[in-house]
Design a protein around this ligand. Sequence first.
Ligand code: FO1
Length: 306
Amino acid sequence: MIIALSGGIGGAKLALGLSRVLPPEELLIIANTGDDFEHFGLTICPDTDTLLYTLAGLDNPQLGWGRADESWAFMETLAALGGADWFRLGDRDLALHVLRSHRLRAGDSLSAITDDLRQRFGIGPRILPMSDDPVRTQIGTDQGWLDFQDWFVRLRAEPLARAVKFAGVEQVRPQPVLLEALRAKPRGIVICPSNPFISIEPILAVPGLRDAIAASGAPVVAVSPIIAGQAVKGPTARMFEALGVTPSAAAVAARYGDLLDGYVMEHGDDGAGITPRVFHAATLMRDLADKTALARQVLASIEALR
Ligand code: FO1
């Protein structure tokens, strides 16, 4: 079993690549839920939904979130009625949020709902939240603590992110299937190229998870989300600067500390000072061939570390 830890866009691309090169029962994808939030009474799970849509081939490559073949009648009407329209919900995407929110209120677990959606979308590998209990990432700025989506979307990540916290994470339990997979001697653990601060560290902060990863005996390989000092997408590079760290592939490796056995980074990026074993690869994923090629490289690095 390969266990992949993923946030949104970048992570989902590698998860798609892995799903193309592994038998479905050999891949377990764990989604960050720190970005989740309540909006108009709906529980929105952006990283989970990016993974579902990406693996279902329904993603919207222009936006990097939501789904393709979308219409916006709901948003147009909402705005006309004076509703807040800073967080855009497409009509098809909205159906998923309404159904999930209804089932959560009926007492279904986030895992059960996510797994039903995964099967409904015809996706082979399992996609599960890091926990069924709520974690809410908050960003510390000069304007005080902001909920993640408020900061990232409504304020367009403009206020400098000086600190990040994962509200509630101390009380949550790891997803049980994940713990079971970690105990069953998995082949390897992949940290996908998502933002370390807001997409991967919330997962690693779930109590017991870092220990379970270490105890699994499986090689842990991360893929750098930064190429030549620039984040491929999203606010990663700026967050490093705001936290006083020069953005680089090496800085990301250092963030993960002694968790890593291997680190996959772009050809030509400087591996000096990186303690895990470095593997160079083409880490910019523009098309499906890039994603599957990188997935193969990651699996090869895991085999080299076993
Ligand atoms: N990101 C935006 O920048 N603007 C949006 O209006 C927006 C809507 C949206 C709706 C559903 C969804 O699942 C994601 C959405 N996102 C939007 C992206 C989301 O804020 C980010 O993808 C993650 O939270 C960061 O990885």
